[in-house]
Design a protein around this ligand. Structure first.
Ligand code: UD1
Length: 373
């Protein structure tokens, strides 16, 4: 069974790593890896392949950056001839980035089965590009792999037949568990001169709604600086935010320079192992990322989500996440509150047990057997 896996952006790499590892164990499966090239910097792409031991892509479409339409269209144009040559039995797409929806569209139009890993998540906020990508990908996919029960319910409400929906758990958590011995040995604490037992925090921000409006970004940065009066708050900066932050008066360090004792400190993006290691011991994490809400839930680290909504409600009901919006006063108040009264660790959400990839591959093989029968 030929499974063509499509990845494009940083979180996709994390999700595909355990899936490819699982496929390598199954002699019935012949996996092919296509990298769209949506993310291309060493820090955003190659470093993740190395850290997660992902095999080099069989094909790199090299689409790069662009507007949403340009990026999506380029992936479609460049992927179509690849699918025509490879003729896979299944195209597997992960997450909710532009590469995900583009690949689902091309494969469906060529009559190829599409599996969507991380199906059914909904923020119900159509101003988020990812929400559009999720809705379209799920409308097209033949096999929908849900990470949490809310996803299963959303798909049922949208009329997706139940036999197409598979509640399998979370491949990002498979990756986190698999890489644990590696991130536990990461050098980030030594590199930053940081005491893992001491108080420190981690911030990530990259959503257009948070970083594209200079006034909003400035207000959020001021709030984070106020929160970090007594401890270091590390902000690994996504490339799309770097130029926007250049206008703000923020401290920068390289990821090899010791941190100051307090205050917000920006740096280039960290690799997966260093980043997870840093999050795992943090006193607080403030983020607008989806995956980090899940990782903090699993690691039992207090997380404040700087958005108005989350498509991952299980991180609130079963985890350490609070969705607090972006009002500057609220960021400071909730931050101080989370530090003073950290949420109690909870049992992990259902099926976040490290076996999601195995379940997905089982379903794929089951589908092949049914189709052949
Ligand atoms: C994309 C995803 C987002 C995901 C994020 C993870 C979409 C719509 N968005 O957002 O859901 O959370 O990836 O990081 O697919 N850039 C570089 N180097 C790179 C890649 C990007 O400098 O390797 C810069 C470019 O200026 C580019 C900008 O970042 O224009 C945005 O990149 P893009 O892939 O369009 O979206 P992300 O913000 O990364």
């Amino acid at each position: 069974m030929k499974v063509l896996n499509v990845v494009g952006a940083r979180p996709n790499f994390v999700k595909i790593a355990p899936l490819l590892r699982e496929m390598a164990k199954r002699p019935q499966i012949d996996p092919v890896l296509v990298h769209t090239g949506q993310h291309y910097d060493a820090q955003m792409s190659d470093g993740f392949f190395d850290a997660l031991a992902i095999p080099a892509p069989d094909v790199n479409l090299g689409v790069g950056s662009g507007s949403h339409a340009q990026q999506t269209a380029e992936v479609m144009k460049r992927l179509e001839p690849v699918l025509e040559v490879v003729r896979p039995d299944v195209v597997l797409v992960v997450g909710d980035v532009n590469s995900t929806v583009a690949a689902a569209l091309v494969a469906t139009k060529l009559g190829i089965r599409v599996g969507h890993v991380e199906a059914g998540l909904r923020s119900f906020d159509r101003s988020m590009p990812e929400e559009i990508n999720r809705l379209v990908t799920d409308a097209l996919a033949d096999d929908l792999f849900a990470t949490e029960e809310s996803g299963v319910m959303n798909l049922a409400r949208e009329g997706v037949p139940a036999e197409r929906v598979h509640f399998v758990g979370n491949v990002m958590i498979d990756a986190l568990r698999l890489a644990k011995p590696l991130w536990q040995g990461a050098t980030v604490f030594r590199d930053l001169g940081l005491d893992p037992q001491g108080r420190y925090g981690v911030v990530t921000l990259h959503r257009p709604s948070n970083v594209d409006d200079p006034r909003r970004l400035r207000e959020m940065v001021s709030a984070l600086q106020e929160l970090a009066r007594d401890f270091p708050l590390v902000f690994p900066v996504h490339p799309r935010v770097r130029t926007r932050l250049a206008r703000e008066s923020v401290a920068w360090r390289t990821p090899k320079q010791p941190l100051p004792a307090r205050g917000l400190v920006c740096m280039d993006p960290l690799g997966y192992l260093d980043f997870v290691a840093l999050v795992s011991r943090a006193s607080i994490v403030l983020t607008d990322s989806g995956g980090i809400q899940e990782e903090t839930t699993m690691l039992g680290v207090p997380c404040l989500t700087l958005r108005e909504n989350t498509e991952r409600p299980v991180t609130v009901t079963h985890g350490t996440n609070r969705v607090i919006g972006t009002a500057p006063r609220r960021i400071v108040d909730e931050g101080l509150r989370a530090l003073a009264n950290p949420p109690l660790p909870q049992a992990p959400p259902p099926l976040w047990d490290g076996h999601a990839s195995a379940r997905i591959v089982d379903v794929l093989l089951g589908v092949a057997i049914e189709a052949a029968a």
